[in-house]
Design a protein around this ligand. Structure first.
Ligand SMILES: Cc1cc2nc3c(=O)[nH]c(=O)nc-3n(C[C@H](O)[C@H](O)[C@H](O)COP(=O)(O)OP(=O)(O)OC[C@H]3O[C@@H](n4cnc5c(N)ncnc54)[C@H](O)[C@@H]3O)c2cc1C
Length: 381
């Protein structure tokens, strides 16, 4: 049997693509290496723009509605609220399984515990080898996450930039959860070139730290220091953390699709370099890949159309988000001081996550504020 499309990986990227392709009547085979539903180390922060991007409601899965933040730096804390929610929290096991269910309802054939191990070619088709057999499809969508076999098949020599992370889900008493209800705690001071977080869920916290470069190597140490410094976690038993990674975007010249193989979500390194948000880009790339194939089936330009569409939608913002990350990382103490003195700056964070403000505007405004601030400190008008 030759499938129209084989989708590898049933995270948000693969499930979204599988849903749209099946809904359009294409024969879709979806392969997932884990037994479903599966655990996924993740903060589970779902921005409002992600919810809006989905074709169906997911509110039944929300564990909290986020309309504020506590921004910490060393022993300082700044709490800010906004008038509208900008995110929700979900359990990734439940959220991802729900999306997989939608793909299945739409007609996708889903096989779990079926890891893709190798990719080959037969005439103009793609051969996907797994731990149990070989499947044939006209296209392959690689939605197989950060350690993607598909990405490695297309680009065995391209080294990916990675953020190392540690994450735990920690059961906490109701009164502790209540203190953080509706708030993301984001910490900028505990890790050079990184950040830590505590996100509230129904009866547990998602806690984590992520860092790159030298910080990636010492992530265990930074994570422990962060936890030890949090009063809200005093006396709470912290389970062993899950080690995981977040990819940073590919450079412009790496094509996100080639020779009937498309890279989606983390497999295509579609993660915001400043916030580490990836679910939105996974969903959007799933939609875009499916839309491209539905509208340009068997068109030899389909791959370049997908590559162009994704880069036009996201790369300009990724470039500015990367600049914002460099700015904050270069001057963490100063950035925090400016936030404290000009609280409206932090409201920008909410707008960025909502998608109602651009990173370009933000970086330009912030550099002007930093320059004014420094001048005022040394008496230049
Ligand atoms: C610690 C941490 C915290 C994060 N917090 C947030 C957050 O709060 N909000 C946010 O938006 N983003 C967050 N992210 C990023 C987000 O988790 C990812 O960007 C997102 O999951 C990408 O979705 P995906 O579908 O591309 O990949 P994944 O969700 O990773 O799904 C890939 C799937 O492919 C399967 N797979 C892997 N290899 C194979 C194979 N060879 N064959 C078949 N199947 C395979 C995997 O089992 C998995 O089910 C976080 C990431 C980390 C590491």
């Amino acid at each position: 049997m030759i499938y129209d499309v084989i989708v590898a990986g049933m995270g948000p990227a693969g499930s979204t693509a599988g849903y749209y392709l099946s809904k359009a009547g294409l024969k879709v085979l979806a392969l997932e290496k884990e037994k479903l539903p599966r655990y996924k180390p993740c903060g589970g922060g779902l921005t409002t723009k992600t919810v809006e991007a989905l074709d169906f409601g997911v509110s039944e899965l929300f564990l909290d509605t986020i309309h504020g933040g506590i921004f910490t730096f060393k022993d300082k804390a700044l709490k800010l609220m906004c008038d509208m929610p900008y995110a929700y929290t979900v359990n990734r096991r439940e959220f991802d399984y729900f999306l997989t269910g939608k793909a299945k309802e739409a007609g996708a054939k889903i096989i779990d515990e079926e890891r893709m191990t190798k990719i080959g070619k037969k005439d103009s088709h793609i051969l996907v080898e797994t731990v149990r057999g070989t499947y044939e499809g006209k296209y392959l969508l690689g939605a197989d996450g950060v350690n993607s076999v598909a990405a490695n098949f297309l680009y065995p020599k391209v080294k990916r930039k990675i953020l190392a992370a540690l994450e735990s889900d920690v059961k906490a008493p109701a009164d502790r959860i209540e203190t953080l209800r509706g708030l993301f705690q984001i910490d900028f001071g505990s890790i050079p070139l990184g950040y830590s977080w505590i996100f509230p869920k129904k009866n547990y916290f998602s806690i984590g730290s992520a860092g790159m470069g030298k910080s990636a190597k010492k992530i265990k140490e930074f994570y422990k220091q962060f936890i030890d410094a949090q009063k809200i976690l005093n006396g709470i038993e912290i389970d062993k953390a899950h080690g995981c990674t977040l990819p940073m975007p590919y450079s412009q010249n790496v094509k996100l699709a080639k020779d009937r193989v498309f890279l989606l979500g983390d497999a295509g390194c579609l993660v915001n370099p400043f916030t580490g948000e990836g679910i939105y880009f996974a969903v959007e790339s799933g939609k875009t890949a499916a839309g491209t194939l539905i509208n340009h089936w068997d068109n030899p330009k389909a791959e370049s159309l997908y590559d162009k569409a994704i880069k036009e939608k996201f790369y300009f913002e990724f470039k500015w988000a990367h600049r914002l990350m460099r700015l904050v990382n270069a001057f963490p103490g100063l950035s925090y001081q400016i936030i404290c003195d000009h609280k409206e700056v932090m409201h920008v964070y909410f707008e960025l996550l909502r998608g109602t403000l651009t990173y370009e505007q933000t970086v330009k405004n912030l550099t002007v504020k930093i320059s004014k601030y420094l001048k005022s400190k040394i008496g230049i008008k």
